[in-house]
Design a protein around this ligand. Structure first.
Ligand code: MLZ
Length: 432
């Protein structure tokens, strides 16, 4: 049985004609919190909800409200967050019954306490979480200065940073925002939970109905058949890493390819060939800093080895920067240049993997034991899952370059194939 406020919310939607008595789903309490449960058997690709535009909360809703004039310049996520907070604080908000079913927080890492964050020590997720909280704080300070303080009459109840964090966390986890565009909070539809068992991303569309298709509906369907009494799920996003899922929604998946690590490589400004290297990097669509997302169980991104070769290039290979070799160098980066270059790459990568691995406060084995212990705390499970995943990816990268180190003698190098005579004559030509 759902809690009373959910029942009241549902009743309100029925009275407003948003849902009808024969709706195939109803809100219910589930392991994730609230969710949508099938009232009867639902077939594959059957529409389960259709929510009319007047029940959506998006930047248009904000623009048409009392604070519309002062929110015009805001980014969609900021304006919708502010709207939700203001409505939550208003006694007579038309959205009251919806706001009452929203949780105080989620398990997104932006809501974690200092002690909970300690479990993320050494992880990239800790870094991104700190960055995102910093971003939210800055947005809040701007909002205070530009909107909240100058327009006190519009915001009779003071809005704090924690209020703003709540609003931001709600919108970030609940809004539908395909491709970063058209951010929209759809009450009721936003109760639908994610499942890793759903492996297709299509779950909703905006349909026009009525005369000239002027009335828009947010239409949500189930991509799989669901039995009466079971929960209906969607796949939120197939491309997000576990770290991103943890940050945005407060859950992770157990699938291995959700584990990822972003390697940052750069051409140091102190490099004697900095300008040349930057030039070449740019001609292959990269820059002085390059980010490579490494995914557990997948091959390295195709541009990573060429970029590494370029970064490491120097010493006896430096002739490649000569004008006459400029056109060949691009093609050369696709295969080993010299033993020294290839060896340096392996060392650079392995050293950085090892030093990053030493920054975590637990081993993979310790993490596994913790997870096997069936720890019920969802935040700890997220922390342990993410840090174990990052370490696996780093070990995988180290393993790839360790194997490469062993094969250095077998590789074919451009340096060795280059006819010496040809090279000498070219040097003379260039100098002339
Ligand atoms: N990531 C997807 C789905 C988000 C759904 C969130 N809560 C119901 C999107 O941004 O559209």
């Amino acid at each position: 049985q759902p809690p009373p406020e959910v029942h009241t919310f549902w009743q309100w939607l029925c009275d407003q004609g948003v849902v009808s008595a024969d709706s195939p789903v109803r809100p219910a309490t589930v392991t994730e919190g609230l969710g949508l449960v099938a009232k009867r058997d639902i077939s594959e690709n059957e529409v389960v909800l259709e929510v009319p535009k007047k029940f959506w909360i998006n930047p248009d809703t904000v623009a048409a409200s009392k604070i519309g004039n002062v929110c015009r310049e805001l980014k969609p996520i900021i304006s919708v967050s502010l709207f939700l907070i203001r409505e939550k604080k208003r006694e007579d908000s038309p959205w009251r019954l919806y706001l009452d079913i929203l949780p105080e927080s989620t398990d997104s890492t932006v809501f974690w306490s200092e002690e909970e964050l300690v479990e993320l020590q050494g992880t990239q997720l800790l870094g991104t979480t700190i960055d995102v909280k910093e971003y939210i704080r800055n947005e809040f300070l701007k909002l205070e200065e530009q909107i909240l303080l100058p327009h006190k009459e519009l915001f009779p109840c003071p809005i704090t940073f924690d209020d703003f964090l709540w609003g931001f966390g709600m919108v970030r986890s609940r809004a539908f925002s395909r491709g970063g565009q058209n951010l929209v909070v759809v009450p009721l539809a936003d109760l639908i939970n994610h499942s890793q068992k759903i492996t297709t991303e299509g779950y909703a569309e905006i349909k026009g109905t009525g005369p000239f298709s002027r009335n828009l509906l947010f239409s949500l369907w189930s991509s799989v058949a669901v039995k009466a009494g079971e929960q209906v799920f969607i796949q939120y996003d197939l491309d997000k890493s576990n770290a991103k899922l943890a940050l945005d929604y407060g859950f992770i998946e157990s699938k291995s390819d959700r584990n990822a690590y972003t390697l940052t490589l750069e051409i140091p400004e102190s490099d004697p060939f900095f300008e040349d290297k930057l030039d070449i990097a740019e001609s292959i669509g990269l820059s002085e800093t390059a980010y490579f997302d490494i995914i557990l169980g997948r091959p390295l991104p195709p541009m990573m080895l060429p970029y590494l070769r370029l970064v490491a290039l120097g010493g006896p290979d430096a002739f490649l920067f000569d004008f006459s070799f400029r056109s060949t160098i691009l093609g050369q980066l696709d295969s080993p240049i010299s033993r020294a270059n290839e060896e340096l790459i392996c060392q650079m990568v392995r050293d950085s993997c090892k030093s990053t691995l030493s920054g975590y406060h637990t081993t993979i084995e310790e993490d596994e034991r913790l997870l096997e212990g069936g720890n019920p705390d969802p935040r700890l499970r997220i922390a342990v899952g993410v840090r174990a995943g990052e370490k696996r990816v780093l070990q995988q990268i180290d393993g790839i370059f360790k194997e490469r180190e062993l094969k250095l003698n077998e590789l074919e190098y451009y340096q060795d194939q280059r006819p010496q005579q040809h090279y000498t004559s070219l040097r003379i030509e260039t100098r002339a």
